[in-house]
Ligand binder design. Structure first.
Ligand code: ATP
Ligand code: MG
Length: 454
């Protein structure tokens, strides 16, 4: 046995990805934008645990959904034998929490959440085993106005993110009675075309025939296209609700197309269902899905309470931002402070603190290895940080009571070669000088190092 045999490397779990610092600014931009948009519609954040009782999902989502059939990460709590599951989605948890804390006691609630979800799927582009969702749940609202509001909220988000290639598909899946009449006709129709059904469809024929309409199998498309349409089974109330949603969207110039084959994966949906889709992401083109789920609260033991919501796949939205954004540049800080010699190092730490007091984001050069780095090596780091300015403090500066300030770039991300002259700025006025330059001088949107243009 060799003593210096390297230990085996432990790697991450397949389908569960690291978000590396280079992507962090994009995430931050998305998260800030989505928070601002949700807040502008009066939605309040709710944070529920990642682990819930398995029963919450098996009861809530319906036993014959993809998620419950094969995608859940479930385990037994070894301490007490409880059956637990890593949440595959958040609607069930949010509704559970709303009931448990009686959140709707004083009227309906607009709620939103963000966080990781877990599904045991085959990992591929846009499909992961841990992925991030942002979602909204409007609990206690019955009219088409909230359905339309949720949709328009998404539209505003795409607009604010500069995404153009997202389109809205809309459908109504009616109520349980309407669906059961349609279902009987649908099963009869599929039985007539039994030879065209693939194994998945055979399996679903009696458990969840609606989902067969959702098939991606090209060989089944023609047959499925001609199947009885649920829309033709809707009665006055459901039709009026659906028309109400469309009317509001039309008045707000939100384009949509009606997709009679659109159904949702979960059993608890009724009436309005919608998806935001794009052609830019290959086969994982649905960036957001939602709809009305009036039966769910009662299924969880609450009073009958209408509700409507959506969930978006953040990784897919970010892919789209990357694919369609013209430019994306991020910097680590506003100012990078370099120094040489022990007295300068002390002075530099004080200067950096004063700059932070003034609200600037500052990286102070710190030793990476024994011994001090040359000015040249430090300036390379300063440049790589994307800072607008380097502050240079050496022996001369300490002796003179000034710092040398060197502009590094004209605008974020744009290196200005042999950038402008250095200024000698007294330590006492260094903060106000740099704040002026950075905040006032339009060199940088202060406080926001992310510049995403389209
Ligand atoms: P799909 O048909 O793609 O499996 P779904 O109907 O299972 O989607 P939902 O449960 O409605 O998806 O989740 C809402 C959104 O979350 C999806 O539209 C998608 O953007 C995203 N999403 C779902 N599953 C994954 C996954 N495994 N990896 C990444 N994003 C996902
Ligand atoms: Mg799925």
């Amino acid at each position: 046995m060799s003593e210096n045999k390297k230990p085996e490397k432990i790697v991450g779990i397949k389908g569960m990805n690291d978000v590396l610092p280079e992507d962090a600014p994009l995430w931050e931009l998305f998260e800030n934008t989505v928070q601002t948009v949700l807040k502008s519609y009066g939605f309040q954040q709710i944070r529920t645990p990642i682990v819930e009782s398995t029963a919450l999902f098996s009861r809530g989502l319906g036993a014959v959904t993809d998620i419950v059939e094969k995608e859940m990460y479930s385990f037994t709590d070894s301490l007490n034998g409880d059956q637990l599951t890593l949440r595959p989605e958040s609607t069930a948890g949010v509704v559970r929490a709303a009931l448990e804390h009686n959140l709707t006691y004083d009227g309906p609630k607009r709620l939103w959440y963000a966080g990781p979800m877990f599904r045991h799927e085959r990992p591929q582009r846009g499909r992961y085993r841990q992925f991030q969702q942002v979602g909204a749940e409007a609990i206690g609202f019955s009219g088409p106005d909230i359905d339309a509001e949720l949709i328009m909220l998404c539209q505003r988000l795409w607009d604010d993110l500069g995404l153009q290639d997202v389109r809205l598909e809309l459908n109504s899946i009616g109520n349980a009675d309407e669906r059961s009449r349609h279902r009987a006709d649908l099963i009869a129709y599929f039985e007539q075309h039994a030879t065209v059904l693939d194994a998945d469809a055979q399996r679903r024929l009696h458990s969840n025939p609606l989902r067969i309409l959702d098939t991606k199998n090209p060989a089944m498309q023609a047959m499925v296209n001609a199947a009885p349409k649920l829309l033709d089974y809707l009665e006055a109330d459901s039709l009026a609700h659906f028309e109400g949603v469309q009317n509001i969207l039309r008045h707000n110039n939100v384009p949509f197309s009606i997709n009679p084959r659109l159904v949702r994966g979960m059993d608890y949906y009724n009436r309005t269902v919608f998806e935001w889709v794009t052609d830019q992401l290959g086969s994982q083109g649905t960036v957001c899905g939602g709809g009305r789920y009036d039966p769910l609260v009662e299924m969880f033991g609450g009073k009958p309470t209408p509700a409507c919501g959506f969930a978006m796949g953040v990784e897919r939205v970010l892919e789209l931002m990357k694919a369609t954004g013209e430019r994306f540049a991020a910097s680590q800080c506003d100012v990078y402070v370099v120094h040489q010699g022990a007295p300068a190092q002390l002075q530099a730490s004080v200067a950096a603190e004063r700059l932070r007091d003034a609200g600037l984001d500052v990286v102070l050069h710190c030793a990476a290895a024994a011994g001090s780095a040359s000015f040249k090596a430090q300036m390379k780091r300063a440049d790589a940080s994307g800072a607008a300015f380097a502050v240079i403090i050496g022996e001369d500066e300490v002796a003179n009571g000034t710092a040398s300030v060197k502009p590094l770039r004209a605008a974020p991300g744009e290196a200005r070669p042999a950038a402008g002259e250095q200024h000698a700025v007294p330590f006492e006025t260094l903060s106000s000088f740099l704040v002026d330059q950075i905040v006032g001088g339009d060199v940088h949107d202060h406080g926001d190092h992310v510049h995403y243009r389209h």
